[in-house]
Design a protein around this ligand. Structure first.
Ligand code: NAD
Length: 554
């Protein structure tokens, strides 16, 4: 067993190269960025976000990855198996420099019990989505998706704004922390419950959350006053969601909008059962993991039952991608799926056009590079009002964590177009160092997750996971800088398979060709996946953009 370490990862910045090429350097800096104190939730344990989503299996593996990336040639490819570097092969300059497979298990073994057994033996690692594939950029990475979700909800339910409404949610972790800011960006009031005071403080420090309260009555009073005044405000309320929601019902409070982003996908590490302080929970998790999971699942059932009651009383309720409905259903809450998941409710039309959480990060560490790219984006897409509004708002309200980065939901065609703009800016020296371009696995064509991204597909193909595999393969063929294939991200073991891709714009002509290929096929797989499932918007997009689909009726 390795001794507990309090290591601090210090990332490289600036224009000086340490590896043998910018792609290797990019992988190195993005790995380090995932574990930056400002970015990761528990960097001392290599945990980046989402329960126990890690960037490397252990510190020994981390050191070996760093050493290998520093020595890796421009015609070699490093293979990572669940956070451990296992081989370096000769490949060629256009091949990915790194290929990663994280947390994959043969389907009949794909459950948490088996995963934990292997994890204990040091044979596997939970990669979540962007943790194990080195393109996590902190809460900012999710904030636009969360903003777009609440904006669409506001359009559908409240005439386009959350003004004079209260949104109730729980979970202020790496991803969930984006909720309060997204609600206030849509002019609403948000109460976000978290059982861990440190998480509340962290979100206040990073400007994602406005105020903290430890008292339910006080939080309800402040929220009510802000709602009446039409003033955007977010309140972090200390407490356990499974305890607070029933109390709110007792007190006669009902929110206008209701969701949850605790790490319910992982009953052992991501959810605290009712009646336990954080310290007591940590002790029980270690002493009696079976009892912990049992109590945690029971609390989730209570939590979902309260959500269903609030829904019946009129709250617009949706699942926010943490699989809490499935756990509650397994615990006997028959109507757990009465509220929809956020993808079918608000996001799928975007996926049909290949739109999703596209992002880029400045390897220089210089915020000025991102500002210049923002300006280029505003010029290039000046007719897209929604996009321009987003960029201006992001500039004003989002604090960078780690390497400066920007999240921007671009679709098919626009990603490749903007990839070239960025590469040209690197080539001309307008930005000071290469730019890393990537995306979340929660994207249009890169994930099979029947309780989340592929819930309620029109043709019933929710669980077909050929799609993320094809997505990874074509991105590797096209020359993405690193490509990953994961299992269990977002919703836990057995419930998802997904792939990631990252590509470096280093200003070379070679990069320009690779960017054109990969930034076309990657969102293109989103259009194809949805067109194949029968979505008219995707079929129209495929036809208009000239995507070749041999069996699509022309
Ligand atoms: P995280 O593990 O960093 O944070 C979870 C938070 O929940 C912690 O702050 C924890 O203290 C809190 N919590 C746990 N039990 C609680 C309880 N009973 N009451 C109140 N608070 C409690 O996780 P994260 O990265 O923020 O992700 C949250 C969930 O959202 C995960 O399941 C993740 O897979 C999912 N997710 C959703 C999306 C999306 O777009 N919807 C994207 C990524 C991840």
């Amino acid at each position: 067993m390795e001794a507990k370490t309090s290591r601090v990862v210090k990332n490289y910045k600036g224009t000086q190269l340490h590896a043998k090429g910018w792609i290797q350097e990019a992988a190195l800096r993005m790995l380090m960025n995932n574990l930056d104190q400002e970015v990761a939730e528990r960097p001392e344990d290599l945990v980046v976000y989402g329960g126990i989503g890690k960037a490397a299996r252990n510190w020994e593996s981390y050191d070996a990855i760093v050493k290998t990336l520093l020595e890796l040639e421009e015609n070699e490819t490093l293979l990572i198996q669940s956070g451990k570097p296992v081989a370096v092969w000769k490949s060629h300059k256009d091949a990915p420099r790194v290929l990663l497979a994280n947390s994959n298990l043969v389907p009949a073994w794909a459950n948490w019990e088996h995963f934990h057994e292997l994890d204990k033996k040091g044979l596997i690692m939970y990669g979540q989505m962007t943790a194990g594939s080195w393109i996590y950029i902190g809460s900012q990475g999710i904030v636009q998706g969360t903003y777009e979700t609440f904006a669409e909800l506001a359009r559908q339910e409240f005439g386009g704004t959350l003004k004079h409404t209260i949104t109730l949610t729980a979970g202020l972790g790496g991803m969930g922390g984006a909720q309060p800011l997204s609600v206030t960006m849509n002019d609403g009031v948000c109460i976000a419950i978290d059982v861990d005071e440190w998480r509340i403080d962290r979100r206040i420090e990073t400007k994602y959350l406005d105020v903290k309260s430890k008292d339910l009555d006080e939080a309800l009073k402040i929220a009510h006053e802000a709602k009446v005044a039409g003033k955007p405000l977010s309140i972090g309320l200390l407490g356990n969601a499974a305890e607070i929601l029933p109390l709110m019902i007792e007190k006669g409070f009902n929110p206008d909008v209701l969701t949850d982003q605790t790490s319910a996908h992982d009953p052992l590490n991501g959810y605290v059962p009712v009646g336990y302080t954080l310290e007591e929970a940590a002790k029980l998790r270690k002493d009696d993991p079976e009892l912990y999971v049992k109590l945690s699942k029971q609390s989730m059932a209570t939590h979902v039952k309260a959500m269903l009651t609030m829904q019946q009383k009129g709250a617009v309720t949706f699942d926010y991608g943490n699989n809490i409905r499935q756990v509650a259903k397994d615990e006997g809450v028959e109507d757990a799926f009465d509220f929809p998941g956020f993808v079918p409710a608000y996001i799928r039309p975007l996926f049909c056009e290949g739109k999703g959480p596209f992002r880029w990060a400045a390897l220089s560490g210089d915020p000025e590079d991102i500002r210049k790219i923002d300006e280029a984006l505003l010029r290039e897409f000046k007719d897209d009002e929604h996009l321009c509004k987003w960029v201006r708002m992001a500039q004003e309200k989002i604090a960078f964590q780690g390497l400066p980065a920007r999240i921007c939901w671009l679709g098919y065609g626009d990603r490749a177009r903007f990839g070239k703009v960025i590469n040209d800016m690197v080539a001309s020296g307008e930005v000071s160092a290469p730019i890393v371009i990537g995306r979340d696995h929660l994207d249009a064509g890169s994930v099979a997750s029947p309780n989340r991204e592929t819930e309620a597909m029109r043709d019933g193909s929710d669980a077909v996971s050929d799609w993320p595999i094809l997505n990874a393969l074509i991105n590797a063929v096209g020359g993405a800088s690193w490509v990953s294939l994961h299992h269990g991200g977002g919703v836990g073991m057995g419930y998802s398979q997904h792939s990631g891709m990252v590509i470096v714009a280093d200003g070379t002509k070679d990069a320009e060709v690779r960017l054109q290929r990969v930034l076309t096929t990657d969102p293109g797989m989103g259009v194809v996946r949805h067109a194949d499932a029968g979505y008219e918007l995707a079929i129209k997009t495929a036809k208009e953009k000239g995507i070749k689909m041999p069996m699509l009726q022309q």
